[in-house]
Design a protein around this ligand. Structure first.
Ligand code: PLP
Length: 349
């Protein structure tokens, strides 16, 4: 159905004249954990599978709104800085609407699948020798001069779309959960979820609000250390951001909800990345695993988590970053093409 058709009436700025474009974004599954729940010591644990969006990440929820508004306003082109997923999403919706997409990415720090997507959707891809933060500075400066629409999460239409994930969680659970665990990079998503939860409660669809539990990578944790990070480093490229654009609103989400923003190491992220795949059959990308790594860390020190209902946001699909998966060590045995040899490898006598 798409988020504009389903929730457009609850989005600021969306009108009857806004074209209801869609690639089938939103409506993603909320899956109850079968194995990690007891292992981590959580009362009820759910995963929101945002990697099932049409370009494989939650970015599609906000992008469809940003591009619909750009189309309504007769913009011919969209532009964004990206660690990968924003570029994939922008160029897909740009292609859908026949708009030129320009994406500026940090060279060498974008997962292979994401670059392949932007390129297939026909975007102009500019890879700079700099960070995501440099790319966003460049995009901001370019749009002061030209007639293109910025579709990064500094565009408020993005957050209007992204808040629909909170609506869906409440619709599925019948109320808000106790805690929401979510990775934090540029901090648009934690901002959008908080907006969604508070608005939906005001509409009478929930009786409570969750704590917002945000997790950054230790080498890219400006909220945890309290100031921007000059040279952010982490294997979780989607959250490799040193100067988050939605700084104040993320702090507000944290504080108003009684939550926290903490960090997890790359080792903890990669452990959670493997655990999620092996114990739940969910292949998220490394950045997505930060939410699960955060929950594992938190639950260890907080036994009361056993009485709580928790949702972890799995923000993007693991298939986007095959190099990282392969680097974990491919679990493959080679064999001649005969059944006796395969039997032997399997240890069957
Ligand atoms: C964009 C992204 C994030 C971070 O979201 P922010 O809104 O930048 O905090 C996390 N995970 C994935 C897979 C992403 O694409």
């Amino acid at each position: 159905m798409g988020v504009l058709a389903r929730y457009g009436h609850l989005m600021a700025g969306v009108r009857d004249s806004t074209p209801p474009i869609t690639l089938g974004e939103g409506g993603t599954p909320l899956i109850r954990s079968r194995r990690l729940e007891s292992r981590l010591g959580v009362g009820e644990l759910y995963f929101k599978l945002e990697g099932m969006n049409p370009t494989g990440s939650f970015k599609d929820r906000g992008m469809v709104v940003a591009v619909a508004k750009a189309l309504e306003d007769e913009c011919g082109a969209i532009i964004c800085a990206s660690t990968g997923n924003t570029s994939a999403s922008a160029s897909a919706f740009g292609a859908l609407c026949g708009m030129e997409s320009i994406v500026v990415v940090p060279r060498g720090n974008i997962a292979a699948g994401k670059l392949a997507q932007a390129s297939m959707y026909g975007a102009r891809v500019v890879a700079i020798s700099g960070s995501f933060d440099d790319a966003l500075d460049i995009v901001r400066s370019l749009t002061e001069m030209n007639q293109v629409r910025v579709v990064n999460s500094i565009n408020p239409d993005r957050l209007e779309g992204q808040k629909t994930a909170a609506f869906e969680i409440i619709d599925d659970l019948g109320d808000a959960p106790d805690d929401l665990f979510i990775p934090v990079g540029n901090a648009g998503n934690i901002t959008a979820y908080w907006k969604g939860f508070t608005e939906y409660r005001e509409l009478g669809n929930a009786t409570r609000l969750p704590r917002m539990m945000g997790y950054q990578a230790a080498g890219a944790a400006p909220f945890v250390i309290g100031h921007p990070v000059e040279d952010p480093q982490t294997v979780a490229t989607a959250i490799r951001i040193g100067r988050p654009a939605s700084w104040d609103s993320a702090i507000a989400a944290r504080d108003e909800s009684g939550g926290l923003i903490d960090s997890v190491t790359d080792e903890q992220i990669l452990d959670a990345y493997s655990l999620l795949a092996e114990m739940e059959g969910i292949f998220g990308e490394p950045a997505s695993a930060a939410s699960v790594a955060g929950l594992a860390k938190y639950a260890l020190d907080h036994p009361e988590t056993q009485d709580r209902r928790v949702v972890c946001i799995i923000t993007g699909n693991g298939l986007k970053d095959p190099d990282r998966a392969t680097a974990q060590g491919l679990n493959v045995d080679e064999s001649p093409a005969d059944s006796a040899a395969v039997r032997k490898i399997l240890g069957w006598q």
